[in-house]
Design a protein around this ligand. Structure first.
Ligand SMILES: CC(C)(COP(=O)(O)OP(=O)(O)OC[C@H]1O[C@@H](n2cnc3c(N)ncnc32)[C@H](O)[C@@H]1OP(=O)(O)O)[C@@H](O)C(=O)NCCC(=O)NCCS
Length: 177
């Protein structure tokens, strides 16, 4: 558990299934473009329980670290912060994140990503991280900039959002830990 004052960053547990499922369903439109796979795996409560068990075993196997942002008062999951695409040879990984719209614009994801960078370095021996964001996704670009990630390159036509036919360019931001 990583402390974030009124919130905490936790390894997801089956007890979180209901709040995680309802948070994702409530934010389907907000998360659709950049989190289609996560939404696809959480269409109902049973699927979310499977998702949590899979992510927990991937965490224990150091394959990927999917963590929940939890509101300490309501004990509910209000967001996800993820270390994935881990390349052990170069000790590098991708950071991805999403937050319930009710908690947006208050600096919470900036705080969370800063904590995840420290976790990646101190607890998981990672040496660098990257974030992929579309140039129109200002909140995400700002989170990357505010947490010390610097723009490194444009990955041309590298991502095709669901329900869209044309691949889009993604901006890569990197941080040496
Ligand atoms: C990206 C996301 C996690 C940001 O979370 P957050 O807690 O609101 O982020 P923060 O409050 O820490 O920082 C957001 C920054 O974006 C800015 N911002 C927010 N909405 C904005 C907008 N529509 N246009 C421009 N800037 C915006 C905020 O002002 C803030 O920057 P500032 O501190 O310089 O003012 C959240 O918007 C989200 O879940 N989006 C949907 C999923 C997603 O796109 N994930 C990223 C995939 S790459």
């Amino acid at each position: 558990m990583i402390d974030l004052d009124d919130f905490s960053i936790v390894v997801l547990d089956l007890a979180d299934a209901e709040s995680l499922n309802s948070m994702l369903l409530r934010n389907t439109e907000r998360f659709q473009r950049y989190f289609p796979k996560t939404l696809e795996q959480n269409l109902n409560l049973e699927m979310t329980k499977e998702y949590i068990l899979k992510k927990k075993s991937m965490f224990e196997a150091s394959e990927a670290y999917t963590m929940g942002i939890k509101n300490k008062t309501s004990n509910s999951i209000i967001g996800l912060v993820i270390l994935k695409n881990i390349n052990r040879e170069i000790a590098d990984a991708e950071v991805a994140y999403c937050l319930d719209t009710d908690y947006g614009g208050k600096g919470l994801m900036t705080k969370s990503v800063n904590k995840i960078c420290a976790f990646a370095k101190e607890k998981r021996n990672l040496k660098s991280l990257f974030i992929l964001a579309h140039k129109t996704n200002m909140p995400s670009v700002r989170v990357a900039e505010k947490t010390g990630f610097v723009w490194s390159e444009t990955e041309f036509k590298s991502y095709t959002p669901v329900n869209e036919t044309e691949p889009i360019d993604m901006e890569k931001f990197v941080k040496v830990l």
